[in-house]
Design a protein around this ligand. Structure first.
Ligand code: FES
Length: 69
C-alpha cells in the first residue's frame, strides 16, 4: 500500500528501511524520501514506522530466546 504518494513509498519500503537500520522519521525521510514533499503522509508514515520497529524488536526478542544458552 502506498504511504507516500509524492515519493511512491509503500509500507513494504518502510519495513525494508527499518530492516536496513532506519530508526526514526528523519532517517526514513533521508533513506526513502517519504514525507519530504507535501508532508500529508507524515502521520501514516510514523504509524507504519512504529509498527515496523515493534515487529523488528519482537522478532529479535524471539530470536534471542531461541539461541542456545
Ligand atoms: S504524500 Fe508523502 S510527501 Fe506528499
Amino acid at each position: 500500500m502506498y504511504i507516500c504518494v509524492c515519493n511512491a513509498v509503500t509500507d513494504t519500503d518502510i519495513r525494508t528501511a527499518v530492516a536496513g537500520g532506519v530508526r526514526d522519521l528523519k532517517q526514513l525521510r533521508k533513506t526513502t524520501g517519504c514525507a519530504s514533499t507535501c508532508g500529508n503522509c507524515k502521520e501514516m508514515a510514523t504509524e507504519v514506522l512504529a509498527r515496523a520497529l515493534t515487529e523488528k524488536s519482537e522478532a529479535q526478542g524471539l530470536l534471542a530466546m531461541m539461541q542456545p544458552a
